[in-house]
Design a protein around this ligand. Structure first.
Ligand code: MN
Ligand code: MN
Length: 315
């Protein structure tokens, strides 16, 4: 039996036709016969600098029309293996992070309960906490694989405000949603507030690779390290597009120069095979600062690589 839900065939109808969904998938709000659901999480008032990631999901969906079903690098027919839908967006409330968290968690939890893997399209990175609340409630505490130029482990901003895109993983650790000793952060770089900023993550038990350390390793070495780190437990991938150099991802809220190219970053991601993924997100796409859909197209590709890794399976 072929998978129940598949993308429109771009050899049969032009990709610029139809209503834009991720990868031209059907927009269906069901958990029945669904392996992966793509969910837009268009919230951006957790951002501490440039806002506009609320338009990220729309932009990523538009750029994703270019995706084809066969991943030649990973040798997998993604949509022959997986039934995937575009589930639409969570009903977030701009400016109200607690209510938006509740809306995101309420949207994702029934998917997790039905063993549907979720792929969130951000939105600023604050949304990851709401995703992790939904997934950990069903799956238990998760290992985290985070591609990002920032750790997002700061305690608070602006006099004790604890919920921003700079703090979601600190809160996730406090709430017992992720297991630092099973987690890894890849790509840290840029100016910091102090020497302690990187040490915070290591003191909490995370394995942390700076961009300099990452780029000194081959994709194969990174794949081995990530597998060793997460073990055979359930894993969440959180991919902040500011992981990439701004030359490859200019449309983002807190860019950091001196990062991996799109070629390098995708190679590291593709090396993360053999992992029990239960969810992922790709976040911090700001179309207002994007040019020629450079960032949105790269974010769509990141989502596609995640689907490919899921299609390959955990073995
Ligand atoms: Mn970041
Ligand atoms: Mn981030």
């Amino acid at each position: 039996m072929p998978p129940r839900y598949q993308p429109a065939d771009s050899l049969a109808s032009p990709r610029f036709t139809g209503v834009r969904t991720f990868a031209r998938l059907p927009h269906v709000r069901t958990t029945a016969e669904v392996d992966v659901a793509v969910v837009g999480l268009p919230f951006d008032t957790g951002a501490t600098y440039k806002v506009g990631a609320r338009f990220g999901p729309e932009s990523i969906r538009s750029a994703s029309a270019m995706l084809r079903p066969y991943n030649a690098e990973l040798d997998v027919q993604v949509f022959a293996q997986l039934s995937v839908v575009d589930y639409g967006d969570a009903p977030v409330i701009p400016g109200f992070i607690d209510d938006s968290y509740a809306a995101i968690t309420a949207t994702l939890r029934p998917l997790a309960e039905a063993q549907v893997i979720t792929l969130g399209l951000g939105g600023d990175h604050s949304i990851a906490l709401a995703e992790l609340r939904a997934l950990a409630a069903v799956h238990g505490p998760l290992a985290l694989v985070q591609f990002d130029s920032h750790g997002d482990l700061w305690d608070s901003y602006y006099g004790g405000h604890k919920y921003t895109h700079g703090t979601p993983f600190r809160r996730a650790v406090e709430e017992g949603l992720i297991l630092p000793a099973r987690s890894i952060q890849l790509g840290m770089r840029g100016s910091l507030f102090g020497q302690e900023d990187l040490q915070i993550a290591r003191d909490m038990g995370f394995t942390v690779l700076t961009t300099t350390q990452l780029l000194a390793c081959s994709p194969r070495e990174i794949g081995d390290l990530v597998r060793q780190q997460v073990g055979d437990g359930k894993v969440f991938l959180s991919f902040d597009v500011d992981f990439f150099d701004p030359a490859y991802a200019p449309g983002t809220g807190t860019p950091e120069v001196g990062g991996p190219s799109s070629f390098q970053g995708l190679a590291y991601l593709r090396a993360c095979t053999g992992i029990r993924w239960v969810g992922a997100d790709v976040v911090e796409v700001l179309p207002a600062h994007d040019h020629a859909q450079i960032t949105a197209q790269l974010a769509a590709q990141v989502g596609y690589e995640f689907l490919s890794l899921v299609a390959l399976g955990p073995v």
